[in-house]
Ligand binder design. Sequence first.
Ligand code: B12
Length: 455
Amino acid sequence: MPGAGGLRGVFVKPQKALLINPYIYDFAAYSFWSSPLGLLYMGSVLRRNGFQIGLVDCMEVVEEKRKADGRAPFVKEKVETVSGSGQVARRLKRYGISPESLVEKLSHMEPPDLILITSIMTYWYRGTHEVLGIARKIFPRAKIVLGGIYPSLCYEHALQRMTDADLIVSNKEVDRFYRFVEDSTGSTLPYKPDLHDLDGLPYPCYDLLDAIPFVPLLTSYGCIYHCTYCATPYMYPGVVRRKADSVIEEISYWHDRGVERYVIYDDNFLYRGDLYAQPLLRAIADFPFSVSIYNPNAVNAALIDEETARLLFEAGFREIRMGFESADPAIQKATGGKVTSRIFESALSALFKGGFTNDMVGVYVLAGLPGQNWEDVKRSIDYLAGLGIKAHIAEYTPIPHTPLFEQFQTMARYPIAQDPFYQNNALFPFAWEGFTERDLAFLKHYARAIKAKPG
Ligand code: B12
């Protein structure tokens, strides 16, 4: 059973590994079912190899404000606008614990042999840099490894800036990581799984948390779609799908430990639904207990038919997020051509038949694409409002190694290729006279004011 503990007797004295999820600097951040899943997977792999694992998750939330669906605001503090941010007028905040609390926490720990630090968004690298410095200072003899999405997408930048790390690895370089651990410990790791083997991996070590508000379920790597704004095809060129049985076993495992909420991390969950999502959802619906499921990554509306909608509802999806992107057929086509308005409307009617009400449906509309006019977004919001659905504005994030980034990076109003800090969508990198920050503020307000019609 993948959740079980480590192989015993591998090392004479157990090695200690400390996992750190750094605090971040951002303008607006909310724990929208975010979780350092990759880091916790790495922790379980090391645990299987006999390591003792510790965790410091700097991204603490305000527990009293946790919503029924599991989301919660991060603790935060305003900080001065950091130098070099040029035209940025907005106040930067630090989300998560303070550097002082981190120092305090680490100072009371037994020195680890190995420290693993993740960095989830490219534009969060400043927090990662500080946390690396703190870890290096307090534990000068520990080997520190940096991994995650930031080094996977901005490898050269990380190499130049994250000099306190002994090793920096992208998501494709797990073998380098294993070799490094073997060289530093002088032992051979008996368990070196291929991280793409989602069926065989030990469950991520969420047991290290005091309480588990939700568990993300990683049901695939990669994506069959090639949306021009998305880096998934670059990071994971092949699509690997986890077996439905393995997902069912993981839910049972966590349910026995009191977990009720599950979050699907998947870019193409409904792809080939008759072979995958449908049997999986049927099995979840057949559990003798009920669970709550969320899908912040959105599903493709084109793949929602009546049977799928009914099963999503019965399995325990408390809301369903779909990508719509734009009511403009040209933008629909240019960003990946996954959905048209006609297809979208038929998905919506299937969802309503399946049991969902309007307020359980969330639809992402992209705003701030290079050259996009603000009126396009307004039309999309109006279109959705006409169907009784509230739009969620997803501000475009320029991400390295994506077609849109390569094509338009020189048109951004910040040096997004040189400094990932400016890739933050809160800075609206592609504002122009046809779509200003003022327009964006208006649209957000406008979308919020629309009420989902009771279904
Ligand atoms: C799930 C997901 C989310 C979740 C939360 C993710 C999380 N972990 O907290 C939610 C829905 C909240 C989310 C939100 C957003 N996301 Co998102 N998301 C993803 C997605 C689909 C998967 C990420 C993930 O957790 N993967 C699973 C884990 C297991 O993989 P991993 O973290 O890469 O870790 C692996 C390795 O890197 C390694 N590893 C990780 N850490 C370490 C550390 C060490 C030391 C070592 C050795 C190894 C290691 O271990 C894992 C093994 O495979 C990715 C796309 C993708 N396919 O990666 C986009 C992605 C990360 N998101 C992206 C974007 C743009 C966003 C949004 C801005 C979208 C929007 N417009 O609103 C928001 C911003 C959120 C915010 N500000 O808080 C971009 C990245 C942007 C950037 N500049 O960095 C991505 C790449 C998608 C894209 N469009 O290209 N997202």
